[in-house]
Design a protein around this ligand. Structure first.
Ligand code: SF4
Ligand code: FES
Length: 250
């Protein structure tokens, strides 16, 4: 396949970016999207040009590092996958592909297609944890009976990889799907009950401070989420928040 790529280039957070056109030839449909980007970068390096900065790590759909807004869709034109799992067979010879970074006030561009997602880490640090007694007398987790439905729902919520596609695709740049997955995962299990009230109040507070927007129930986040995180988690987080506001603990 021969392709035209229009890629967002931006030197740093403060400089103004722009779309730049590149051509790539002889791309196999069996390549992953990121392998296609690697080939372009190798060509740029050989020419002495600055390679395009983009995030990636595991390339197996588990770390959440890869991002990319491809032809106006978070993680590109496929469903239930991350960018590293996208293959070139989803495109046709002669296509023009637009590649942009996640766009949200709380995810400032660091360079080209790389954005700063440390706002997610600050939200996690504000409450996305449990207190565990590591004295050596810790109770075996298997001694605590957990209803099967709760265990399943907690597991589903725990599959969120923190990629930020939900934010990037939301017209309000809301992080509610991400935060609600983290709140749900812990609120559903006995181990998460100790900080239950503090957790949801602090995480929502931090989410607001970071500049994420609110949820207006459009549902785009659920459609674009590579892990199928359900909107029902947002409903649960709203219930958790209301409950915590009524029984507030310090
Ligand atoms: S909820 Fe889905 S889209 Fe959002 S960060 Fe988690 S895995 Fe990514
Ligand atoms: S590089 Fe790890 S999920 Fe894509």
């Amino acid at each position: 396949m021969n392709l035209t790529l229009k890629i967002w280039r931006q030197k740093n957070t403060t400089s103004q970016g722009k779309m730049v056109e590149y051509k790539v030839n002889n791309i196999s449909e069996d390549m992953s999207f990121l392998e296609m980007m690697d080939i372009l970068n190798e060509e740029l390096i050989v020419k002495g040009d600055d390679p395009i900065a983009f995030d990636h790590d595991c390339r197996e759909g588990i770390c959440g590092m890869c991002s990319l807004y491809i032809n106006g869709e978070a993680h590109g034109p496929d469903r239930g996958i991350t960018t590293c799992q996208l293959h070139m067979r989803k495109f046709k010879d002669g296509d023009t592909i637009y590649i942009e970074p996640w766009r949200a006030k709380a995810f400032p561009v660091i360079k080209d297609l790389v954005v700063d997602r440390t706002s997610f880490e600050r939200i996690m640090a504000s409450g996305g944890f449990i207190s565990v007694n590591t004295s050596g007398n810790t109770q075996d987790a298997n001694n605590i009976p957990i209803p099967k439905d709760d265990a399943d729902e907690a597991f589903d919520a725990a599959t969120c990889i923190g990629c930020g596609a939900c934010v990037a695709t939301c017209k309000n740049s809301s992080a509610m799907l991400f935060v609600s997955a983290k709140v749900s995962q812990l609120a559903l299990l006995p181990q998460g009950k100790l900080e239950r009230e503090r957790r949801v109040l602090n995480m929502v507070d931090q989410m607001d401070k970071e500049g994420f927007g609110n949820c207006t129930n459009t549902g785009a986040c659920e459609v674009e989420c590579p892990k199928g995180i359900s909107l029902s988690n947002i409903a649960r987080m709203n219930r958790e928040y209301l409950r915590a506001s009524l029984v507030k603990k310090d």
